[in-house]
Design a protein around this ligand. Sequence first.
Ligand SMILES: Nc1ncnc2c1ncn2[C@@H]1O[C@H](COP(=O)(O)OP(=O)(O)OP(=O)(O)O)[C@@H](O)[C@H]1O
Ligand SMILES: Cc1cn([C@H]2C[C@H](O)[C@@H](COP(=O)(O)O)O2)c(=O)[nH]c1=O
Length: 202
Amino acid sequence: MTLGKFITFEGIDGAGKSTHLAFVADLLRERGKSVVMTREPGGTPLGEKLREMLLHEKMHLETEALLMFAARREHLAQIIEPALARGDWVISDRFTDATFAYQGGGRKLPFAKLEALEQWVHPTLQPDLTFLFDVPLDVARARLDATRELDKFEQEKAEFFAATRDAYLRRAAQFPERFRVIDSSRPIDMTRQELRDIVFSA
Ligand SMILES: Nc1ncnc2c1ncn2[C@@H]1O[C@H](COP(=O)(O)OP(=O)(O)OP(=O)(O)O)[C@@H](O)[C@H]1O
Ligand SMILES: Cc1cn([C@H]2C[C@H](O)[C@@H](COP(=O)(O)O)O2)c(=O)[nH]c1=O
């Protein structure tokens, strides 16, 4: 049984989700919640090693999907499930929706294969709330180019990100009860106001 709540942050690279993660964690702490912030791929020592490979080495697309779920299995066992059982609130920078969007939408791996892995790795657990930070591709690209050296995913072409964004939006339409789509092209303060309203009404 889970006592805590599970919130995930999603969006294409450069959408701005990581910028807002600590803000939401602080809002929850102000309301007396014990918050665990984590990320995927990663979140555990083994997951962080897998992240290094996933973000920097070329591999078969099925290997990529399997490693994402392998890292997730460890993440669930070591971090997410114990935290939720303690009654903590878990905020994760990405979770399984990212695999459907990137490996399914972006790389075109059949969704049925991903659904089988999802059933294996977390048959019953889903996030309670998923923020999808949505921005036009050119806005995300400009933000990435302004900030850092690009990893394997961030170097993908516009078509890849168009398909990834589209898969995210379709997933949000498929699961409207848990998704909140945030227009992340606005100034940071406006986005924060919307996040505050959603968190305080939760
Ligand atoms: N309105 C905005 N909202 C959020 N971030 C913005 C905004 N304008 C500019 N940025 C900047 O865009 C950059 C990318 O943001 P961030 O790292 O949060 O994106 P991300 O979605 O987490 O990307 P990635 O998944 O690649 O890590 C940051 O330097 C951030 O300050
Ligand atoms: C969980 C997950 C992630 N990815 C991709 C998406 C991003 O390009 C990177 C993670 O980097 P971030 O800047 O920390 O968001 O990994 C993916 O392709 N599939 C997944 O399941």
